[in-house]
Design a protein. Structure first.
Length: 417
């Protein structure tokens, strides 16, 4: 049986369709590569090679708008073209492409008035196609060149335009990425400056401010020991107020230094027996106030992963608060346990409690929910606790009611009961 051969036009059509399909497959890969590009050099390398492969051209250029000029950033061609050169947009086909915001196909460069023929005669170029990078407000162009007369097909132009559109997105991403990097650098610089200021502030607290307090405390002690008999009641009262103020300011300075420390201290993660730690803290509180009768319930085997020094600060603050704010309760009970379903530790007391309407102030530095005359404190403890829990990737919250006690809950990133 005699086979019927396809007409030459049909063969050319099939060949063009096959090249188009191959070009689309290449574009899919290139889109992925461009999406990962983080600088202009990477984009340039991808585009110059891909542009030539897409249409099997003899050369390709990557052009960017540079003010009123066309800057030929890079190229991939059988012989050198214009890499690194700038031409006025008014005499450059890339400029025409950007100004008109549409592709251009030129089968014969010598017969087109838009071509600066003096720049083309030294090259191999007989035909070209060029597409804008972004049709709205173009920022560049991609060109294809052939050494033999060639009329770029609509499919070839579509492939080039698809590459140009993807390149536009990649360039915008690079701009955003560069801006973000700069913001990160700026933010890092700001944080470094802020840390230096904090260090200077901590130094001022621990040295410059404490020194006069130490002197004041020393002089008041001398007055108390040597001249107490010569002071009337009002003078003695003034002296007592000075000593109380010095003590209070020293405690505030210590609290501020602690807050500074817990923000910056390195975390040394280890297994911590919170049950044993809590029993030691309660024993110390009972030793300091032996007349009090307090019912204490501490669950066994409360184990956590974290920094033992910082977690001790957490328990000392929470248990000391429970001890302090339940001092006026006839039958005091303090409980430390763990809730399985919420993976949270808790410390509960039946003391003074507080109004939940003011709970937002609870973990802020220097905020107090009770009058200093009723309960002593510097307003730093819970703020330090919150910072420590945060540094352990956990969270802390409280539930309370006036005169009905308070419960503080906290989680730790790798805690288990």
């Amino acid at each position: 049986m005699q086979q019927t051969s396809l007409p030459e036009s049909s063969l050319r059509s099939l060949d063009a369709q096959q090249r188009y399909i191959q070009g689309m497959e290449l574009l899919v890969t290139v889109v992925q590569e461009l999406s990962l590009a983080r600088n202009l050099e990477t984009i340039t390398e991808i585009v110059r090679k891909t542009a030539r492969k897409l249409t099997q051209a003899d050369g390709a250029t990557f052009v960017l708008k540079d003010g009123d000029f066309c800057y030929y950033v890079d190229e991939d061609a059988i012989s050198p073209l214009w890499k690194g050169q700038r031409f006025p947009q008014s005499i450059c086909i890339g400029g025409w492409c950007m100004r008109s915001r549409q592709p251009v196909v030129i089968p014969d460069v010598e017969g087109d008035e838009r071509i600066p023929i003096a720049a083309y005669r030294p090259t191999f170029i007989k035909s070209l196609a060029m597409v804008p990078i972004r049709t709205q407000n173009p920022i560049g162009a991609i060109g294809n060149y052939w050494a033999k007369p060639h009329v770029a097909t609509p499919e070839e132009v579509r492939l080039l335009q698809a590459l140009a559109d993807t390149t536009s997105v990649a360039l915008e991403n690079v701009q955003v990425y560069t801006e973000l990097e700069q913001r990160v650098r700026d933010r890092t610089h700001e944080l470094q400056a802020a840390n230096q200021e904090l260090e200077a502030f901590a130094y001022t607290l621990s040295h410059d401010l404490r020194s006069p307090l130490t002197i004041l405390s020393g002089y008041s002690s001398v007055l108390q020991m040597r001249y107490a008999q010569q002071l009337d009641n009002q003078g003695k009262d003034y002296l007592a107020q000075i000593q109380k103020a010095v003590t209070r300011i020293n405690l505030q300075i210590e609290g501020m230094l602690l807050l500074h420390h817990v923000k910056r201290a390195d975390i040394s993660c280890q297994t911590v027996d919170l049950s044993s730690m809590a029993r030691e803290i309660i024993a110390n509180l009972q030793a300091g106030d032996p007349a009090r009768c307090v019912e204490v319930a501490i669950a066994d085997s409360l184990i956590a992963q974290g920094d033992s020094v910082l977690l001790r600060v957490v328990l000392e603050n929470l248990l000391s608060n429970a001890w302090k704010y339940s001092a006026k309760t006839p039958h005091t009970r303090i409980e430390f346990g763990y809730i399985e379903n919420s993976a949270a530790f808790y410390i509960q007391d039946n003391g003074a409690g507080f109004d939940m309407n003011h709970a937002d102030k609870l973990f802020q530095p220097f905020q107090r929910l009770h009058d200093r005359q009723q309960f002593s404190g510097n307003g730093i403890g819970l703020a330090s606790v919150a910072r420590i829990i945060e540094r352990h990737s956990g969270r802390i919250w409280a539930e309370a009611a006036p005169d009905r006690g308070a419960t503080f809950f906290f989680t730790l990133s790798m805690a288990n009961g």
